[in-house]
Ligand binder design. Structure first.
Ligand SMILES: CC(C)(COP(=O)(O)OP(=O)(O)OC[C@H]1O[C@@H](n2cnc3c(N)ncnc32)[C@H](O)[C@@H]1OP(=O)(O)O)[C@@H](O)C(=O)NCCC(=O)NCCS
Length: 240
């Protein structure tokens, strides 16, 4: 029950993980910061909005990125439940509790409605009912930035799916969401995630030393970003 409760609070993603921050931590931060934000950035807050549109559905060459359905819960538990997937994320629980997938998915509508983020199931075009992973963008409207998070089920690693999904969500962030900056962070011991961010054309900003703790071990975290003025539709092609 405690594990499920923890999962319930696990929010989408940063996804040095995917979900580096728990919902509880986020709520705590919001409570701490909100008064100052209200006082100093009222105009900015007025610009923030509630989404009345449904969670988007994005198409790529090989993939459909679609809203999660509650019925995807067991697939989330099976795929994200692999130790290899959870290991390099900040807060995917392990073992993944039964019912935790549906509980996590149930948070998505509210997060989207508050304009605080979006999480999408990554599905092959040929099997849109069968997620192979997840991608998310955690949004900060006051600062006009978003942070990517993603994971792919172990069986589909190395096929370019994370890059393809991240490219589409980044385009959506700069166009439809009109964000100024998209960033990504990853554990230094997870170079595959760094490679995904590089292939998006992101700029390496540096290392936050021992910034987060995972499995009782402090992790160095690499930071990448792309600004709207740097982004082009073919920035992937320009990446080294
Ligand atoms: C990180 C992750 C999402 C990558 O997914 P993926 O679909 O395999 O990624 P892609 O195929 O799009 O790209 C992976 C790239 O990393 C490279 N790569 C893989 N392992 C690597 C390693 N050990 N060192 C360096 N590069 C590596 C691949 O060669 C590929 O680059 P290339 O196209 O230039 O050859 C996947 O491994 C995963 O889900 N990991 C667990 C969860 C996680 O860590 N999420 C990210 C948290 S920040």
């Amino acid at each position: 029950m405690r594990a499920l409760d923890k999962t319930l609070r696990t929010i989408v993603v940063w996804l040095v993980t995917d979900s580096p921050l728990t919902a509880q931590r986020q709520i705590g931060r919001t409570r701490m910061l909100q008064p100052a934000v209200d006082a100093c950035h009222h105009a900015t807050l007025e610009r923030s909005r509630m989404h009345s549109q449904p969670i988007p559905r994005l198409l790529t060459e090989r993939l459909v990125l679609r809203p999660f359905a509650i019925s995807d819960g067991p697939a989330v538990e099976r795929l994200a439940g692999a130790r290899e997937v959870a290991d390099t994320t900040l807060s995917i629980p392990h073992p993944y509790p039964t019912g935790g997938g549906a509980a996590w998915i149930a948070l998505h509508a509210g997060i989207w409605a508050r304009d605080a983020g979006v999480a999408l199931a990554i599905c092959p075009r040929a099997a849109v009912d069968d997620p192979i992973g997840a991608i998310s963008l955690q949004i900060s409207r006051p600062h006009s930035h978003g942070e990517l998070g993603y994971w792919i089920g172990l069986a589909d690693w190395g096929r370019g799916y994370a890059t393809e999904a991240a490219r589409a969500l980044t385009a959506y962030a700069f166009t439809t969401l009109a964000l100024h900056r998209v960033q990504g962070r990853h554990f230094v011991r997870n170079p595959a995630s760094g490679r995904v961010l590089q292939k998006l054309g992101m700029r390496f900003e540096g290392i936050h030393r021992e910034a987060y703790s995972r499995w009782n071990r402090f992790e160095d975290v690499a930071v990448y970003s792309l600004l709207s003025r740097e982004w082009t539709n073919d920035s992937v092609m320009q990446a080294p």
